[in-house]
Design a protein around this ligand. Structure first.
Ligand code: C2E
Ligand code: CA
Ligand code: CA
Ligand code: CA
Length: 279
């Protein structure tokens, strides 16, 4: 039944993904984009809520399309997942992020972990562990400076494998964060089962917290529960000083959002001060 469920899901996704001619064209262009060097990474800092210190950065991929300019990952990641291109693309992202951060440290830059988004297809594929370990060895990035961001869908095809893999990764010193938390279906049981280090509260809650008492209650509940499980909480999408204050007051450990910084090229990231006051 599981397998059938998965096929249905893929078929549904596929249908959704190929709705427009633009998508079909974009999907064709994906084939050459990687070998043509059209992808690049930006880095967005995560700021410690109490000190304002940069506590980590998230790598976010961009596609510099020769005709269309900068294409959002929201547009091409689903296409890449559907076509299987996510595997080489995801590997490139992981290698590039590790390489760039290792370089930054070698130049005496601050040693903060880099978080890399991992598609569930990539995560659940045989050989992913070896890929991660190989890239760490090749780039020289200390495993403690790598964090993988996964979503609840890593559990889709069976939780045991994902749980085991996360345990193994953490044994090597790589940390794992659960991304987009609160948007899935069975978030609470996932939090119970997954041996993760960190939870990233989805932006949709953050926008709402100030205006909706229910959203505020959910946010507070998640933060309190996560802390009881010794997980750190990142609040994403912080755009205003009010949101910063509210989430800090409610106990979020790290804040991420345009208020502090947009995603930046490596050189601009390296030039940031150690502490980021709200802009
Ligand atoms: P995400 O992992 O939830 O990443 C956070 C997104 O929120 C990023 O969008 C970031 O630029 C945006 N953001 C950050 N602060 C703010 C804010 O204050 N306000 C608003 N409105 N947005 C903010 P981006 O870079 O467009 O990425 C979108 C999504 O694409 C990501 O969501 C992630 O799911 C996916 N993605 C990005 N890079 C990669 C990658 O290398 N691999 C994979 N598999 N997926 C990626
Ligand atoms: Ca993420
Ligand atoms: Ca997220
Ligand atoms: Ca998201």
């Amino acid at each position: 039944a599981k397998r059938q469920g998965r096929n249905t899901w893929q078929w549904y996704r596929g249908r959704q993904v190929e709705q427009t001619l633009g998508d079909v064209l974009l999907r064709n262009d994906l084939h050459t984009a990687l070998s043509d060097g059209q992808f690049e990474l930006l880095y967005q800092p995560m700021v410690e809520a109490l000190s304002g210190r940069i506590g980590g950065v998230e790598a976010l991929v961009r596609w510099r399309h020769p005709q269309r300019g900068l294409v959002s990952p929201e547009a091409f990641i689903p296409l890449a997942e559907h076509s299987g291109q996510i595997i080489p693309l995801g590997r490139w992202v992981l290698r590039q992020a590790c390489r760039e951060m290792a370089e930054l440290h070698a130049r005496g830059g601050r040693a903060v972990p880099v978080a890399v988004n991992i598609s569930s297809l990539q995560f659940r594929r045989d050989g992913f562990l070896d890929e991660v370990l190989g890239i760490l060895a090749e780039t020289g990035l200390p495993p403690a400076l790598l964090e993988l961001e996964v979503t609840e869908s890593v559990l889709l095809d069976g939780a045991e494998l994902a749980i085991e893999l996360i345990d193994t990764l953490r044994g090597y010193g790589v940390s794992v964060a659960l991304d987009d938390f609160g948007t899935g279906f069975s978030s609470l049981s996932y939090l119970r089962d997954l041996p993760i280090d960190k939870v990233k509260l989805d932006r949709s809650f953050i926008c709402d917290t100030l205006h909706s008492p229910r959203s505020a209650a959910i946010v507070q509940g998640i933060i309190t529960m996560a802390h009881h499980m010794e997980l750190r909480v990142v609040a994403e999408g912080i755009e205003t000083v009010e949101q910063q204050r509210e989430l800090a007051r409610r106990g979020a450990d790290l804040l991420q959002g345009y208020l502090f910084s947009r995603p930046l090229p490596l050189a601009d990231l390296a030039a940031l001060p150690e502490r980021l006051p709200a802009a």
